[in-house]
Design a protein. Structure first.
Length: 177
């Protein structure tokens, strides 16, 4: 299984990238880092700079058709930048249009809102996104992990880094269906 990890050039919450990445690789899948620009992306440990990671493919080169599933890591700055990039929004929308599974954690649903794919869906996120998601037509729940199959694809969401174990276990199971 080829899994796209879509991130901005900086502002990714490091553990929300590395733990799901390890989970995909550990299950025999092929994780690929997709970003707006080539080179490396800068991750953060909350507000402190973390490690950098090499980009595998840029948004100009990637399409949803190249992958079986999509993971959207959080961090505040990461999805905020992605939702302003029309290529990123179209890339995300492509997974929903193709009926492919998507997993998003923490602040990542901001990008889903911009792609207009949350209307009628039930999901969770970092609590500060509750109003944004509700205003976009979603039902927000405060749960460790939420699987929503009430749309064109399976959508797995979680709230925060403390939920990563449940998030990874759940999205791997859903991606494998």
């Amino acid at each position: 299984m080829r899994v796209a990890f879509l991130v901005a050039s900086e502002g990714i919450e490091q553990v929300e990238l590395t733990e799901p990445w390890k989970a995909v690789a550990g299950s025999g899948g092929t994780p690929r880092l997709v970003a707006p620009e080539p080179g490396r992306v800068q991750a953060f440990n909350h507000l402190d700079k973390g490690d950098t990671f090499p980009v595998d493919v840029t948004l100009d080169e990637a399409s949803a058709g190249d992958f079986d599933a999509l993971v959207l890591p959080g961090g505040v700055a990461n999805p905020d930048a992605l939702r302003l990039d029309e290529r990123a929004v179209a890339f995300v929308r492509g997974f929903f249009d193709a009926g492919k599974p998507v997993a998003a954690i923490c602040h990542a649903p901001w990008t889903l809102i911009e792609a207009d794919v949350v209307r009628g869906r039930t999901l969770t996120s970092w609590p500060s996104l509750r109003t944004d998601l509700t205003n976009a037509g979603a039902t927000w729940v405060d749960e460790e992990v939420k699987v929503c199959t009430g749309g064109p694809n399976t959508l797995v969401t979680s709230r925060k880094p403390d939920d990563l174990e449940a998030f990874c276990t759940t999205f791997l199971a859903e991606f494998g269906r």
